[in-house]
Design a protein around this ligand. Structure first.
Ligand SMILES: [Zn+2]
Ligand SMILES: [Zn+2]
Length: 118
Protein backbone atom coordinates (compact mmCIF):
# COMPACT_ATOMS: atom_id res chain seq x y z
CA UNK A 1 0.00 0.00 0.00
CA UNK A 2 1.61 3.32 -1.01
CA UNK A 3 1.93 6.01 1.62
CA UNK A 4 0.36 9.45 1.46
CA UNK A 5 2.75 11.75 -0.35
CA UNK A 6 2.25 14.59 2.10
CA UNK A 7 5.47 15.21 4.04
CA UNK A 8 5.53 13.45 7.36
CA UNK A 9 2.20 11.72 6.85
CA UNK A 10 2.30 7.96 7.42
CA UNK A 11 -1.27 7.18 6.46
CA UNK A 12 -1.92 4.82 3.57
CA UNK A 13 -2.80 6.61 0.35
CA UNK A 14 -6.17 6.20 -1.30
CA UNK A 15 -6.02 3.76 -4.20
CA UNK A 16 -7.21 6.41 -6.64
CA UNK A 17 -6.29 10.00 -7.30
CA UNK A 18 -3.31 11.93 -6.08
CA UNK A 19 -1.71 9.53 -3.59
CA UNK A 20 -3.13 11.30 -0.59
CA UNK A 21 -4.65 9.71 2.47
CA UNK A 22 -8.29 10.39 3.31
CA UNK A 23 -7.69 13.56 5.31
CA UNK A 24 -5.05 15.00 2.99
CA UNK A 25 -7.17 14.22 -0.03
CA UNK A 26 -9.98 16.22 1.58
CA UNK A 27 -7.56 19.07 2.19
CA UNK A 28 -6.35 18.89 -1.39
CA UNK A 29 -9.90 19.05 -2.74
CA UNK A 30 -10.73 21.97 -0.46
CA UNK A 31 -7.69 23.91 -1.66
CA UNK A 32 -8.53 23.12 -5.25
CA UNK A 33 -12.01 24.47 -4.71
CA UNK A 34 -10.67 27.62 -3.05
CA UNK A 35 -8.30 28.12 -5.93
CA UNK A 36 -11.09 27.72 -8.46
CA UNK A 37 -13.14 30.31 -6.59
CA UNK A 38 -10.25 32.77 -6.57
CA UNK A 39 -9.40 32.00 -10.17
CA UNK A 40 -12.95 32.80 -11.25
CA UNK A 41 -12.57 36.36 -9.95
CA UNK A 42 -9.27 37.04 -11.75
CA UNK A 43 -9.21 39.39 -14.71
CA UNK A 44 -8.15 38.16 -18.12
CA UNK A 45 -5.35 39.63 -20.17
CA UNK A 46 -6.75 42.47 -22.28
CA UNK A 47 -4.72 41.28 -25.23
CA UNK A 48 -4.82 37.49 -25.38
CA UNK A 49 -7.53 36.62 -22.87
CA UNK A 50 -5.38 34.41 -20.65
CA UNK A 51 -6.24 34.56 -16.97
CA UNK A 52 -3.88 36.80 -15.05
CA UNK A 53 -2.03 35.41 -12.08
CA UNK A 54 -3.29 36.36 -8.64
CA UNK A 55 -0.22 38.57 -8.16
CA UNK A 56 -0.72 40.30 -11.49
CA UNK A 57 -4.40 40.77 -10.81
CA UNK A 58 -3.79 42.25 -7.37
CA UNK A 59 -1.14 44.55 -8.80
CA UNK A 60 -3.65 45.91 -11.29
CA UNK A 61 -2.01 44.51 -14.41
CA UNK A 62 -4.07 44.54 -17.58
CA UNK A 63 -1.88 42.17 -19.54
CA UNK A 64 -0.36 38.79 -18.86
CA UNK A 65 3.39 38.41 -18.49
CA UNK A 66 3.93 36.97 -21.95
CA UNK A 67 2.02 39.79 -23.66
CA UNK A 68 3.97 42.36 -21.66
CA UNK A 69 7.16 40.64 -22.70
CA UNK A 70 6.18 40.57 -26.35
CA UNK A 71 5.09 44.19 -26.20
CA UNK A 72 8.28 45.19 -24.47
CA UNK A 73 10.43 43.48 -27.08
CA UNK A 74 8.51 45.23 -29.85
CA UNK A 75 8.86 48.61 -28.15
CA UNK A 76 12.60 48.16 -27.86
CA UNK A 77 12.76 47.35 -31.57
CA UNK A 78 10.71 50.39 -32.48
CA UNK A 79 12.69 52.65 -30.23
CA UNK A 80 15.91 51.20 -31.49
CA UNK A 81 15.19 51.90 -35.14
CA UNK A 82 13.60 55.29 -34.60
CA UNK A 83 16.37 56.50 -32.32
CA UNK A 84 18.96 55.46 -34.84
CA UNK A 85 17.43 57.99 -37.22
CA UNK A 86 18.28 60.77 -34.79
CA UNK A 87 21.96 59.84 -34.54
CA UNK A 88 24.02 62.74 -35.89
CA UNK A 89 27.36 62.77 -34.15
CA UNK A 90 29.85 60.13 -33.16
CA UNK A 91 28.86 60.70 -29.55
CA UNK A 92 25.23 60.04 -30.44
CA UNK A 93 26.28 56.89 -32.16
CA UNK A 94 28.34 55.76 -29.20
CA UNK A 95 25.39 56.35 -26.96
CA UNK A 96 23.11 54.46 -29.29
CA UNK A 97 25.46 51.50 -29.40
CA UNK A 98 25.80 51.55 -25.65
CA UNK A 99 22.04 51.65 -25.26
CA UNK A 100 21.01 49.08 -27.84
CA UNK A 101 23.95 46.91 -28.64
CA UNK A 102 25.71 46.50 -25.32
CA UNK A 103 22.69 46.05 -23.10
CA UNK A 104 19.93 45.22 -25.54
CA UNK A 105 17.74 43.62 -22.90
CA UNK A 106 17.92 46.37 -20.34
CA UNK A 107 14.46 47.21 -19.19
CA UNK A 108 13.50 50.83 -19.04
CA UNK A 109 10.52 50.58 -16.77
CA UNK A 110 9.04 47.88 -14.63
CA UNK A 111 5.51 49.25 -14.81
CA UNK A 112 4.81 48.33 -18.37
CA UNK A 113 1.26 47.28 -17.94
CA UNK A 114 0.23 50.68 -16.59
CA UNK A 115 2.26 52.49 -19.20
CA UNK A 116 0.83 50.37 -21.94
CA UNK A 117 -2.72 51.06 -20.85
CA UNK A 118 -2.37 54.80 -21.38
ZN1 LIG B 1 -1.83 12.14 4.48
ZN1 LIG C 1 -1.81 38.12 -22.72
Amino acid sequence: MPQCKKDGCREPALPTGKRYCVSHMAEYLRKQKEYAAVSATLRCCASCGTKLTKTGHDRGDLYCASCVQRYEARQVEIEKSSSFETVETVDDLKQWIRRYMLWPNKKFTSRWSVWWAL
